[in-house]
Design a protein around this ligand. Structure first.
Ligand code: NCD
Length: 306
């Protein structure tokens, strides 16, 4: 049975404003060389969808805190023999595993599992379908802070496949709490959600989305969450929605470009922008490790907040 005392990292709602401040500040401290806490616990990476950045950085973060990390090879595990995720979680908990880092194609699966896991087993949501990706949003915030950018008063544009993106959902939730002046989204009609969170403005073109923006978040088209017939042609998508140097000329002169990766060059972003001076894409990857260390400290360390 779920234990109310066991802390999970499922979405941004589990974090108070104080937690958010602590986590983002701690990620920046760790990036500047602060000594990480020592966490004698075992975590398991359970990824039912492909991942490079998220899986490797959770693993590096855990190792940085002295944790033991096990990567379950799903095609060689009992889930391929029909074991439920709940039974897999109970099995891992019985071996003394302290946390499962779960990525799953089904929206809400992590929240559902959290209601059933044994006491003492924490769940970290590494992306559930089109649901949430809280560690990505947190690392986006930490990346901006580390680059000296305060979100307060900024105009932020999130562009691309908003509808199927868990990153968009978590970023909108987090940026909406960070005192931004304006939060805009833009993308093809078929890739916008039926309803936007209160206060989020829809821009009808890439130009109008990025005009005056201080932060631009570009998103990959989530082909895996669409019917094949809905896949856009990459070249025409790039012409209409691909971020190119001329768009940056419309943005704030100090604007920064984020992308959670993996990037599809020549589709949602040009190589010139991805590799250019405004891009923080590899900083996001770097800060991903520090942010996930901070998340583990928040979950486990004695020095954590109440
Ligand atoms: C994102 C994801 O998996 O939601 N990637 C990531 O975690 N870095 C975005 C994406 O896959 O497009």
């Amino acid at each position: 049975m779920a234990d109310p005392g066991t802390r999970h990292f499922l979405d941004l709602d589990v974090l108070s404003d104080r937690d958010l401040d602590w986590l983002s500040a701690r990620a920046c401290e760790l990036a500047r060389g602060a000594a990480p806490a020592s966490v004698p616990a075992t975590v398991v990476n359970l990824f039912f969808e492909p991942s490079t950045r998220t899986r490797v950085s959770f693993e590096l973060a855990a190792r940085g805190l002295g944790m033991t990390v096990v990567n379950v090879e799903l095609d060689r595990s009992s889930s391929s023999k029909g074991e439920s995720l709940e039974d897999t979680a109970a099995t891992l908990a019985a071996m003394g595993v302290a946390a499962i880092i779960l990525r799953h194609p089904e929206t809400g699966r992590c929240h559902q599992l959290a209601r059933a896991v044994p006491a003492g087993l924490s769940l970290l949501n590494a992306g559930d379908g089109a649901g949430h990706h809280p560690s990505q949003a947190l690392l986006d915030l930490a990346t901006l802070m580390d680059a000296g950018i305060d979100l307060k008063g900024q105009t932020v544009a999130i562009v691309g496949d908003i509808r199927h993106s868990r990153v968009a959902r978590s970023d909108l939730a987090l940026f909406g709490r960070s005192g931004v002046a304006e939060l805009r989204v833009a993308g093809p009609d078929s890739m916008l959600p039926d309803r936007l969170p209160a206060g989020v403005v829809r821009a009808d073109s890439l130009d109008s989305a990025v005009r005056g923006a201080g932060v631009i978040v570009m998103l990959r088209v989530q082909h895996e969450r669409m019917d094949r017939q809905a896949w856009p042609d990459p070249a025409s998508y790039h012409r209409q929605w691909g971020l190119q140097p001329q768009h940056l000329a419309l943005a704030d002169p100090d604007c920064r470009v984020l992308h959670p990766g993996p990037i599809n060059r020549g589709m949602e972003i040009s190589g010139a922008v991805a590799d250019g001076p405004r891009s923080l894409i590899l900083d996001q990857v770097r800060m991903g490790v520090h942010t996930r260390m901070a998340i583990f400290e928040w979950l486990f360390s004695d020095g954590r907040l109440s």
